[in-house]
Design a binder for this molecule. Structure first.
Ligand code: PXP
Length: 243
């Protein structure tokens, strides 16, 4: 199972103060050193977290696998063709949303989605489509030429703790994964995954990749706080000692 860590929220924290730190590229380096198999970043049209320069630097430093999420727009596809990530995951995007809500509408896709998939494939960039776990979306993703689908696990994640919802959502994810694999697609999943809910999901045998961001960055805050406080106390003591 591949784990790709999404470093968007490191950029969110940086941008909140207009500083140069924490740097999502440094975070990517640490994630890979810790065993992650790849890095995911979402260049949104409003550049609210990851910026163009981050994408360039991630491409220059991530040697394993760089998955760039983006909306299916001419501007974004042109960036992908120039930067050449290993994978482009096309996602729906609305400016007013807090994070990606819902999957791509592939079954009733506009002609531009097909054209964008064609352009990426002609540039030899692997295309993954972020879709709801619905058979129509899975089949349409195959028909449009995607090599991978990323199943939206938001409903599953939000249902955690409610046994009936979890069971229902796992069954939908399982059916979508099985159909996708039957069609020859690689099956990824992501959204809302945590150390608490991921265990049940990975029982789906067709899954080969997870994209996880928020929970990893959130857990890192708590895992890292004691060391950060000790480092600050040491810096204060050092300054005092040099008076
Ligand atoms: N996969 C896709 C396509 C996403 O858009 C996101 C959110 O940016 C994720 C995975 C990661 O979701 P989370 O931050 O909830 O782990």
């Amino acid at each position: 199972m591949r784990l790709h860590v999404n470093v968007d929220h490191v950029a969110t924290l940086r941008n909140a103060r207009g500083t140069t730190y924490p740097d999502p590229v440094e975070a990517a380096r640490m994630c890979l050193e810790a065993g992650a198999h790849g890095i995911t970043a979402h260049l949104r049209e409003d550049r609210r977290h990851i910026r163009d320069d981050d994408v360039e630097r991630l491409r220059a430093t991530v040697r394993s696998l760089f998955n760039l999420e983006m909306a299916s727009t001419d501007e974004m596809i042109a960036i992908a063709c120039r930067v050449r990530p290993d994978v482009v995951t096309l996602v729906p995007e609305r400016r007013e949303e807090r994070t990606t809500e819902g999957g791509l509408e592939v079954a009733k896709a506009s002609p531009s989605l097909r054209a964008h998939v064609d352009t990426l494939r002609a540039a030899k960039i692997k295309v993954s489509l972020f879709v709801a776990p619905e058979l129509a979306q899975v089949e349409a993703s195959h028909a449009i030429g995607a090599e991978q689908i990323e199943l939206h696990t938001g409903e599953f994640a939000h249902g955690h703790g409610d046994e009936a919802v979890e069971k229902r959502e796992l069954a939908r994810l399982q059916a979508a994964a099985a159909r996708g694999r039957e069609l020859g697609l690689e099956i990824a999943a992501g959204h809302g995954l945590t150390t608490t809910n991921v265990g049940a999901l990975v029982a789906i045998p067709e899954l080969v990749e997870l994209n996880i961001g928020h929970a990893v960055v959130a857990d890192a805050v708590f895992a890292g706080l004691p060391g950060a406080v000790r480092a600050m106390l040491a810096a204060i003591d050092k300054g005092r000692a040099q008076r």
